[in-house]
Write a protein that binds this ligand. Structure first.
Ligand code: NAD
Length: 308
């Protein structure tokens, strides 16, 4: 098949594009390299640097494409609270521009990388797709808007659409920005260098950590699965892990004894998060294959950022 992966030079996008290329598909990547780095893409992948809001470029890239994976986005919850308009421009307007361009082409399906952040506070754990959502940050609002635009415009123009609400993905290739780094790569980096692990709050807050290869499995299946048009589907591990448990596992797999520092709780996150993955199992035959401890070991083994 012919695929376009927007944001394909990012963490998930690189893993997805390389997997598709290894399976023998034709893969084009559009990425503005604001955080992504095309250096890790296989030579078989065609890389184009550009912005998701460039419609004429999108038309060219969409020629003969069967399926679009839309991953291009700004992805930091805390940063979105500081710069909501830029999150709106990329994550919402960018999605609308892409959908307008898709409308004029022969694309058959769009798969959106949406987010578990959309749910916000929920009484019931794990989170079901049918739950009422309470987005608590501009990032979460932008991903929910993107879902609505993808589903509405695709339905109007006869293109199939699937939105995967990905929970906390981690694994080799995840970048570690200085401000607001993702928790797992941040903890691993500090552990490997015998630094300090900073825990916000008392460490009882929970997340659903899902290994990159499991997310890629779900994305790839979503591009061809039958009976998923217009569906929103959670993709996580289905396991709720506290920060304290994560720290214990990080100590175990690294064999290091980093110091722990407790800081006040930051805003912008639910105290508990966990995906119900029953729908993913039913619709995508999705089974997460990599438990957290194994995923942490693989991350250290495969990512040069964590070499001693
Ligand atoms: N990683 C996670 O835990 C997670 C969880 C839920 C949802 N998601 C979603 O998955 C997608 C990929 O996330 P990721 O973790 O790989 O993040 P990432 O930052 O590594 O990837 C996003 C990519 O989009 C590119 N991009 C940003 N603005 C762009 C623009 N204007 N035009 C073109 N490209 C642009 C970036 O350069 C980057 O390569 C995002 O849509 C994100 O919202 C990720």
């Amino acid at each position: 098949m012919n695929y376009l992966v927007t944001g394909g030079a990012g963490f998930l996008g690189t893993a997805l594009s390389n997997r598709l290329a290894k399976q023998g598909h034709n893969v084009r990547v559009l990425d503005d390299c604001s955080t992504g780095n095309p250096g890790d893409l296989l030579p078989e992948v065609t890389f184009v640097q550009g912005d998701i809001n460039e419609k004429i470029l999108l038309w060219k890239l969409l020629e003969d494409v069967d399926c679009v994976f839309h991953l291009a986005a700004k992805v930091s919850v805390p940063e979105s609270c500081l710069f909501p308009s830029s999150y709106n421009l990329v994550n919402v307007s960018g999605t609308v521009t892409l959908m307008e361009a898709i409308r004029d082409t022969q694309v058959k399906r769009v798969v959106l990388a949406s987010s578990g952040a959309i749910y916000g506070y929920q009484e019931e754990i794990p989170y079901h797709e049918s739950a009422e959502v309470h987005p608590e940050s501009p990032y979460a609002v932008s991903k929910l808007s993107a879902e609505h635009y993808v589903r509405t415009i695709s339905a109007q123009c006869g293109v199939e659409a699937v939105c995967l609400r990905v929970f906390n993905a981690y694994g080799p290739g995840q970048r570690i920005p200085k401000s607001h780094p993702p928790i797992i790569s941040n903890f691993l980096k500090h552990a490997m260098t015998n630094g300090t692990i900073t825990i916000h709050g008392n460490g009882t807050q929970t997340r659903d950590y899902v290994y990159v290869d499991d997310v890629v499995n779900a994305l790839v299946t979503a591009s061809t699965a039958v009976g998923v048009d217009q569906q929103v589907i959670n993709i996580g591990s289905g396991v709720e892990t506290s920060v304290l448990e994560l720290v214990r596992l990080v100590r175990q797999v690294t064999g290091k004894k980093p110091e722990e520092v407790y800081n006040p709780l930051k805003n912008g996150g639910s105290s508990r998060m966990c995906a119900c993955i029953a729908k993913a199992k039913e619709k995508l035959n999705y089974i997460p294959l990599v438990p957290l401890e194994t995923g942490l070991r693989l991350t250290i083994e495969r990512d040069p950022q964590f070499r001693e």
